[in-house]
Design a protein around this ligand. Structure first.
Ligand SMILES: C[S@@+](CC[C@H](N)C(=O)[O-])C[C@H]1O[C@@H](n2cnc3c(N)ncnc32)[C@H](O)[C@@H]1O
Length: 281
């Protein structure tokens, strides 16, 4: 549960029978069983806290972790641009604290599969604990303690997410594991990694439709007449690189001769993405 004080500060606490919750003052967890979500509860100092089950966006910044987690502002676009659907088979690496894993498990649903690769045993253990605590039982999740640059066991996966320092090094093994048409998402924090990853994708014939973007979320204060953006924001998290696995290994033989439809009436050429709009028109 999260406990929110009068200033909006949030504290994540796990309720277990017999456990004492310590924030400022204490409260026995047992006293909370049966209390409705959205209630205010009083700690021993007399301070009251609003108590709610955390949403995904509440949870992730408070998730116990040692590696950087994916920010909630990026998780939505990752799941949408990564086109994760109920029933999908999704590969993820590395797992870190399991923040993205939880979002993927929610998105694929009980009939999908999430397979995560993590090179560090301690991170794998932490992710296992976080998923068990904050998602629950996940029989459709497999966590492999492995260096993913050495290859994936899976073939025909629908989607893949790489959140590790050199995703460009994993493109060969990613290509083997993804089905043609599958979506590969790389998440990298620096421009150097962005360039290296996109260059590596562009050099290959088995990936295409490459798109790179970042997201910005600016919260607003709406308080009386003071309606303005907050002074602080997460100005940068990471770049998101989306690409599609093509059937390019066998491209020449796969080109199919389709009947050519009659040419449509000529239309004026559209501006390309890199051209500014014609303001004189
Ligand atoms: C930034 S963290 C991932 C955070 C995760 N996406 C989340 O939302 O919590 C990067 C992870 O990649 C793992 N990693 C780095 N190289 C790896 C490799 N070659 N194979 C598998 N995991 C790797 C690291 O140990 C670390 O846990």
């Amino acid at each position: 549960m999260i406990f929110i004080d009068r200033k909006g500060r949030r504290y994540l606490k796990i309720l277990e029978p017999g456990r004492k919750l310590l924030i400022r003052g204490e409260l026995l967890a047992d006293e909370l069983f049966g209390v409705e979500e959205g209630s205010r509860v009083k700690f021993s100092t007399g301070e009251t806290f609003l108590v709610l089950r955390p949403t995904y966006a509440d949870l992730i910044p408070l998730l116990p972790r040692r590696a950087q987690v994916i920010y909630p502002k990026d998780t939505g676009p990752l799941v949408v641009w990564g086109d994760v659907f109920p029933g999908a088979t999704v590969i993820e690496g590395g797992v870190g604290a399991g923040a993205l894993t939880i979002a993927l498990l929610r998105a694929v649903g009980p009939h999908g599969q999430v397979i995560s690769y993590e090179v560090r045993e301690d991170f794998a253990a932490a992710a296992r604990k976080n998923v068990a605590t904050f998602f629950g039982e996940a029989p459709n999740w497999t966590l492999k303690h492995r260096d993913l640059y050495e290859g994936f066991d899976e073939r025909g996966a629908d989607r893949m997410f790489l959140d590790l320092p050199e995703p460009g090094r994993a493109l060969g093994v990613a290509s083997e594991a993804l089905r043609p048409g599958g979506v590969l998402i790389c998440y990298v924090p620096t421009t150097v990694q962005l360039k290296e990853t996109v260059d590596a994708l562009q050099e290959r014939s088995d990936f295409g439709e490459i798109e790179s973007f970042e997201t910005m979320l600016r919260n607003w204060q709406v308080k009386g007449m003071s309606v303005r953006p907050h002074f602080r924001m997460v100005a940068h998290s990471a770049f998101i690189i989306v690409s599609r696995r093509l059937a390019s290994d066998s491209l020449p033989s796969k080109v199919i001769d389709l009947p050519i439809p009659p040419a449509p009436a000529e239309e004026p050429e559209q501006n390309g993405d890199d051209e500014p709009p014609d303001e004189t028109a």
